[in-house]
Design a protein around this ligand. Sequence first.
Ligand code: SAH
Length: 340
Amino acid sequence: MKNVYGLTIEEMEEYFLSIGSKKFHAGQLFSWLYEKRIESYEEVTNIKKEVLEAVSHDYSIAKLKIVDVQEDVDVCKYLFELSDGEHIEAVLMKHDYGNSICVSSQVGCNMGCRFCESGRRKKVRNLETYEMVLQILMIEKLLRMRISHVVVMGIGEPFDNYDNLIKFLKIINYPKGLAIGARHITVSTCGIVPKILEFSDFPLQINLAVSLHAPNNEIRDKIMNINKAYPLDQLIPALKTYLEKTNRRITFEYILLSGINDSCECALELAKLVKGINCYINLIPYNETNNLDFKRTNTVQIMRFYDILKKNSVNVTIRREFGSKISAACGQLRSKKEEL
Ligand code: SAH
């Protein structure tokens, strides 16, 4: 059965028309679902009983199950069980500017980045739109507070689940939906070029982050399979097109992996690669996992790398670390649960 939390406002309007009812019920139902946060259709008072019966017949209002929570000072990690028994994770991070949540987009991932825990399990399926929306809704309910920022950086490649991602973005941005401002939403991709180009026509002002992780094809080929399909000489021009069309800025994520991509030469090459691109680089200290052999770069070298970028006029930040104590790096909680 389909789930009501997967409908955009337009789809819900169409649905009400299709059952011979009124379009404006969509706005009403949205407000019951997302503003008043009902648990059952019985709580709805301004839509006729017969109409509600049809809705409940066609769309489930079931939520997801939270089966594990791990808490640290500034981070909290949630393990969800889906209706088919699969597990996904979401992570809540507490910043001084508000709460952000990191949402998963797939069960498993096919991108095969060598350093990433999530990719050790191949994609089982895409998440449905409602399964993405409910990650936010359930955490807000549990904490009794609003989440101000969303990043689609959990398990999965969002651009490999493009249509559901777009619907998810529309629902969480809609004023009567979760009303999260587009500028507070970030989608992170490993670099699926055709989807980056498609996304440049998406009208909402969502932020785009790109997992770069290497300054040249030789290194990127070794750690990210996607680079064989879409090497840097395709990725960079696609990003330039995206920037021209949207007038925005992109974020490059760059995990520092000891001895792989963290030399001073790499930093210089990286500065050259991004020259003239309206971007900033987020350097990420690698979160080591027991299952993979990559090592994190030491702090001295991280600072050297940072300084070289700065000296070459690159906007650069070092990502603050959350939750390394509680296996908050992508995929770590789920893989513990399933003992892969
Ligand atoms: N598939 C998307 C989004 C999910 S991964 C993408 O590739 O962008 C989100 C980010 O976490 C990516 O930049 C990814 O490279 C990074 N990441 C994966 N494993 C990590 C680890 N162990 N430590 C730090 N960052 C990691």
